[in-house]
Design a protein around this ligand. Structure first.
Ligand code: ATP
Length: 319
């Protein structure tokens, strides 16, 4: 039976991480366990930046964006010697279990820690929604709402001035933020890995809009997919649209989590602690068809991201 649980946040920050940290601590205390936080992800684990916390620590954090316990990218964690040092830091404090809140990279680190003798459970939190094992990740809903709010504002001015707005959103390997926001914003076009359009095709479709006397257009593009400034030049030359590039950047990460993300984080974080209390380890908490389920870490990490056929079909109908 475990007696002490630690929690860390790792990878990119996501709104709702604080709600997850809160519920992990509260559930641990509910089951009579001591609760600890690790600052700055795996970096803090390696450096021994670990402190015991009480209920007061969880006050007024559910509504805060980012992560109050910090996060980091810690490439040294790929080295088994570094993982051993991190595991020893936990064992020196008699901490037997760890909840890791982050994406697939974070879960790979958890797997290595399990091999070094720590009980581990992962909770998916990343704005991109790029954890294949879970239908949804903590932070996605808030980031999507933020993007929609930004595009609403851009549309106010672009329609007034009859412009084409090329809007770059986050989601390096996963186009969900682009795909979902393009549907919610009735964008004229969307370009993602799963829905790729050549520059020529984009210009052709925009020329068609001009012929139809449509004076403005919104084109949503996933980050790092193409040279967005070169595309804007091409659209200007080829279609006559006055074209502006809008890179939303880190705006998309910040802000108070949506009610949806707070609840998702609370359900998943609590389940993570219950798994550990029941003696389970090497698990990932996932959403599957609107239910919280538990998957083995190896199964979770071997899954491939679903390309959301229904959403792609809808985009083809609407655009
Ligand atoms: P995001 O989706 O926001 O990028 P993530 O958890 O996938 O979240 P990564 O930067 O990939 O973010 O991983 C977070 C941390 O997990 C890394 O900085 C590293 O410390 C650890 N990590 C990643 N991959 C591995 C691995 N293969 N083995 C051990 N540790 C890893």
């Amino acid at each position: 039976m475990i007696k002490k649980i630690a929690v860390l946040t790792s990878g990119g920050d996501a709104p709702g991480m604080n709600a997850a940290v809160r519920v992990v601590i509260r559930t641990a205390l509910y089951y009579g366990l001591e609760a600890y936080v690790v600052y700055d992800g795996y970096r803090g684990l390696v450096d021994g930046n670990i402190i015991q916390v009480h209920k007061e620590f969880t006050q007024d954090i559910i509504n805060r964006g980012g992560t109050i316990i910090g996060t980091a990218r810690c490439p040294e964690f790929m080295d088994p010697k570094v993982v051993k040092r991190a595991a020893r830091n936990l064992k020196d404090l008699d901490i037997d279990a760890l909840v890791g809140i982050g994406g697939d990279g974070t879960f790979r680190g958890l797997k290595d820690l399990a091999e070094a003798g720590i009980n581990v459970v992962g909770v998916p939190a990343t704005i991109d929604n790029d954890v294949a094992s879970s239908d949804e990740t903590i932070g996605f809903s808030t980031a999507l709402n933020t993007i929609c709010e930004c595009i609403d504002r851009i549309k106010d001015t672009s329609t007034s001035h009859q412009r084409c707005s090329l809007i770059e959103v986050m989601g390096h390997h996963c186009g969900d933020l682009a795909l979902y926001s393009s549907i919610a914003e009735a964008a004229e076009l969307v370009v993602t890995h799963d829905h790729h359009l050549s520059d020529e095709e984009i210009c052709k479709r925009l020329r068609k809009l001009r012929v139809q006397k449509k004076g403005h257009a919104v084109v949503v593009v996933s980050e790092k997919l193409l040279d967005i400034r070169a595309l804007a030049d091409k659209i200007r030359e080829d279609t006559g649209f006055e074209t502006k590039v809008e890179i939303l950047g880190h705006l998309q990460r910040g802000g108070a989590p949506s009610a949806h993300d707070r609840i998702l984080a609370s359900l998943m974080g609590s389940k993570a602690v219950e798994c550990l209390v029941q003696g389970e380890s090497k698990k990932i908490i996932c959403m599957y068809h609107n239910e919280v389920i538990v998957r083995d870490i190896d199964e979770a990490l071997s899954m491939k991201h679903d390309s959301h056929e229904e959403m792609l079909k809808l985009v083809n109908i609407l655009q």
